[in-house]
Design a protein around this ligand. Structure first.
Ligand SMILES: [Zn+2]
Length: 340
């Protein structure tokens, strides 16, 4: 579909699956995504490269095309204000005598810090060179001519299989959390979440003052600080330990923190504990975003309640044999985990 978008078969599949006419995916389509390594990542996603020309087949906010990451994640507030959330790049500007000019449409006038964010966005896009009247296209990197073939995929997968499996990722992969949360955890372990420090490095924010953690107002907001060593995060994690009835120190590096959260003798309960760990980092991240984007106060007891609730909901959804009530989960989580 990526390589021959105008072919008849591709247009038929797109009409069925991409235009909103299909509300429920078929088993066949799910199998295709699993075979490709999952939605949004996996071996197929790694092998394809998009070449942006005029930007007529690339979503401005939603695709990773600009060289600075997905713009929706980087400029979430501006994305929310945009009237063209699903627009292609070519819809976000005009050509004037061979020169591309960005032209955005907002739901209301841009004010305050939004002006700075818009300046940063335009600055990020300064290096982009669009090509007038030229179609965006996909190429398949494992193949020398850029054209997808079964043979090149086979060779690509053989090489990929030689890479040692990462036991850390296996741990979170088997947890009961939604795939989007597992993907977030993976980015967290790889230090790739868009916290203030990463924005500072990319000159999206210009001063250290603007990169200070909003929870403690003391240190620069790195991903490790935000999720593991900030006083707010520490209070939340030790609240979790208290809920679990476990006494333990917790490291401040994500891999070590994750491994420690299995707590030795409870290794048979990995799936439940990993789910709680994922609910922990996800809740901390959402609390941070609520503070950054909606100025909502972060409260430790509220975060703890959400971790308990989210982990219970995720386990109930994914593990059909798990029949404990929310009250039983709140009262004795380890007992419930033993029976997963
Ligand atoms: Zn902090």
């Amino acid at each position: 579909m990526r390589f021959a978008p105008n072919s008849l078969w591709c247009r038929v599949v797109s009409a069925i699956y991409s235009n909103g006419s299909c509300t429920k995916e078929s088993a066949w389509w799910k199998d295709v995504k699993v075979a490709c390594g999952g939605e949004g990542e996996g071996w197929f996603q790694e092998g394809i490269l998009k070449h942006v020309r005029a930007g007529n087949a690339t979503k401005f906010w939603l695709e990773d095309w600009s060289g600075v990451g997905i713009l929706r994640e980087r400029y979430f507030r501006l994305y929310n204000l945009s009237r063209l959330k699903g627009a292609f790049i070519s819809d976000c500007g005009v050509w004037v005598q061979g020169v591309w000019n960005w032209k955005f449409e907002w739901r209301r006038p841009i004010v305050g810090r939004e002006v700075l964010w818009l300046q940063n966005l335009i600055s990020d896009l300064a290096g982009v060179r669009l090509v007038e009247n030229s179609m965006d296209k996909w190429t398949w990197s494992p193949s020398p001519d850029g054209v997808y073939s079964v043979n090149s995929s086979y060779s690509f997968l053989q090489v990929a299989d030689l890479a040692p499996p990462n036991p850390i990722f296996n741990l979170i992969w088997h947890a009961a959390a939604p795939s989007s949360v597992v993907a977030f955890a993976r980015r967290c372990i790889l230090d790739r979440i868009p916290c203030f420090e990463s924005l500072l490095k990319r000159h999206v924010i210009s001063s250290y003052d603007a990169a200070v953690c909003l929870f403690c107002q003391k240190d620069i907001e790195t991903s490790f600080h935000l999720l593991f060593s900030c006083t707010f995060a520490l209070d939340v994690w030790y609240g979790c330990l208290n809920w679990l009835g476990i006494s333990s120190a917790l490291p401040m590096e994500p891999r070590a923190h994750l491994l420690q959260f299995r707590f030795g003798s409870y290794t048979s309960h990995n799936q439940g504990l990993m789910t709680i760990w994922l609910a922990g980092i996800w809740t901390l991240w959402l609390s941070r975003n609520a503070k950054v984007f909606r100025q909502e106060e972060a409260i430790v007891t509220n975060a703890l309640e959400l971790i308990k609730l989210r982990s219970w909901q995720w386990i109930r959804t994914k593990i059909t044999t798990f029949g404990y009530s929310i009250f039983e989960w709140y009262s004795n989580p380890l007992l419930c985990i033993q029976c997963m």
